[in-house]
Write a protein that binds this ligand. Structure first.
Ligand SMILES: *[C@@H]1O[C@H](CO)[C@@H](O)[C@H](O)[C@H]1NC(C)=O
Ligand SMILES: *[C@@H]1O[C@H](CO)[C@@H](O)[C@H](O)[C@H]1NC(C)=O
Ligand SMILES: *[C@@H]1O[C@H](CO)[C@@H](O)[C@H](O)[C@H]1NC(C)=O
Ligand SMILES: *[C@@H]1O[C@H](CO)[C@@H](O)[C@H](O)[C@H]1NC(C)=O
Ligand SMILES: *[C@@H]1O[C@H](CO)[C@@H](O)[C@H](O)[C@H]1NC(C)=O
Length: 399
């Protein structure tokens, strides 16, 4: 405990040393956020040497059509989404759940009870006492709700199970950038794996900012290039300095990197119902700007030249549920979570709702030829599919 206190204090030091951003309103009290890790139960692998994560994307709670008929549509769908989560959680029995963005359809929610949809979203996971955290999506920013409000509510009401923080990023629509360590056992000083969570910002309608003028930076559709790369570099520099080497990483972000479009055509196992381009990071008015590249480059540094980024997994494109890598993703596997909600649009060949499972094993993470992890889709009809092992041998011939 004392060792990890020192470590977090040291990391907090480096976090607050990240240069202050120059434009917009940015979060500055990073130290306090990072120290919040100390109040959490240390996440550890089980005695069988596994730590299983389920990533649920695109729940879209609180949806309604226009005004009037939603009372039937919304609550009925939301109950089905809870059933999807309950079924998959009971099938997979994960150690951690990630809600990978679009928890709600924010443009449909009311100011006085928007966060009630977070309660509905988290309920199946909380009932099973499973630790969790969130990334936030473009539908989580609207007139009546934004990422910061959602995170503040989650931190205030779920402090026992939630690991979500806002270490860095533009306030209030892009603050959900943080990392969570998982240790082999209670006594280990260095984590066996780090889960990183990033905020891809944007909003679908409304302002994401509440009343008042909306700064241009509010509707950018990628991880903030001014604050987040420096944060990743600063944190990982200190991790290396303190632990001797970087642990393997597993990365979650709602909107996929644009590079996923270059992998889509490879047709790997999983649904391909919903070509990512232009619903991927870095587009403005359907033109690719390249502004998602700085965050991608910083994540690439986490690979440490040794394939240590196990995967970057995203939601957003409901009809996509594959993993792939090639030279076009600099060897980093990019995955999609599919669609776990009965809210949101549905594509014809991906009607059966699912979550994506990552079954982390200490023996795989410490494998001599480099870390690896098994991943698959787990469906509401109690089947699994599209199992692949991400690691040194995965799609080697495409590098
Ligand atoms: C329904 O929406 C229309 C169009 O936006 C609006 O004029 C009307 O006042 C709304 N009705 C109710 C009951 O909210
Ligand atoms: C929010 O308020 C509306 C209108 O009163 C209600 O119909 C809806 O169920 C509420 N939602 C939640 C999550 O409490
Ligand atoms: C995008 O298109 C809209 C509508 O044509 C225009 O108002 C806006 O200025 C454009 N934004 C950029 C950054 O080009
Ligand atoms: C369950 O859903 C998956 C995904 O759509 C499908 O491939 C499989 O055939 C279904 N299995 C059963 C038993 O319904
Ligand atoms: C990379 O993307 C380009 C453009 O889509 C494609 O022509 C090329 O085959 C891809 N290379 C690999 C290794 O996937």
């Amino acid at each position: 405990m004392i060792a990890s206190a020192l470590f977090v204090a040291a990391l907090a030091g480096i976090a607050s040393a990240v240069p202050a951003p120059t434009t917009g309103t940015k979060r500055t009290d990073w130290t306090g956020e990072l120290l919040g890790l100390l109040t959490k139960k240390k996440l550890t692998f089980g005695r069988d040497g596994t730590f299983k994560v389920v990533s649920f994307s695109d729940m879209h709670f609180g949806e309604r059509w226009g005004n009037g008929s939603w009372a039937v549509w919304g609550p009925a769908n939301d109950a089905m989404t809870q059933q999807v989560h309950a079924t998959i959680l009971d099938q997979e029995k994960p150690d951690y759940v990630v809600f990978n963005g679009d928890m709600m359809t924010g443009e449909n929610v009311f100011a006085d009870n928007a966060t009630g949809y977070l309660d509905q979203c988290f309920a199946p996971t909380v009932q099973r006492k499973i630790p969790f955290s969130c990334t936030h999506g473009n539908h989580d920013n609207a007139n009546n709700i934004n990422h910061q409000k959602e995170i503040e509510y989650e931190q205030a009401h779920y402090s026992d199970l939630s690991y979500t923080r806002m270490d860095v990023g533009p306030q209030p629509w892009g603050v959900g950038n943080y990392w969570v360590p998982v240790f082999a056992n209670e006594w280990d000083w260095a984590p066996a794996v780090i889960m990183w969570f990033f905020d891809s910002r944007s909003f679908t309608s409304g302002t994401g900012a509440g009343p008042g003028p909306v700064p241009d930076s509010a509707n950018f559709y990628w991880i903030d290039e001014n604050t987040v790369p420096a944060y990743i570099e600063g944190q990982s520099w200190l991790m290396k300095a303190i632990w001797g080497e970087l642990p393997p990483s597993l990365v979650f972000v709602h909107i996929p990197f644009q590079k996923s479009d270059l992998l889509w055509q490879l047709g790997t196992p999983g649904d391909h119902d919903d070509e990512p381009d232009p619903a991927s990071q870095g587009f403005i008015n359907n033109t690719y700007t390249g502004l998602d590249q700085p965050a991608f480059d910083a994540i690439l540094q986490l690979a440490d030249g040794k394939d240590k980024v196990l995967a970057i997994t995203s939601g957003h494109d409901h009809g996509e549920s594959w993993c792939a890598r090639s030279a076009n993703s600099s060897g980093i596997p990019l995955c999609f979570d599919g669609h776990s909600g009965y809210g949101g649009y549905v594509t014809p060949n991906s009607m059966v709702r699912n979550g994506r499972v990552f079954n982390l094993k200490l023996s795989d993470l410490q494998a001599k030829d480099g870390p690896k992890v098994d991943t698959w889709n787990s469906y509401e009809n109690k089947t699994i599919n599209d199992k692949v092992t991400l690691g040194p041998d995965f799609m080697k011939s495409f590098l």
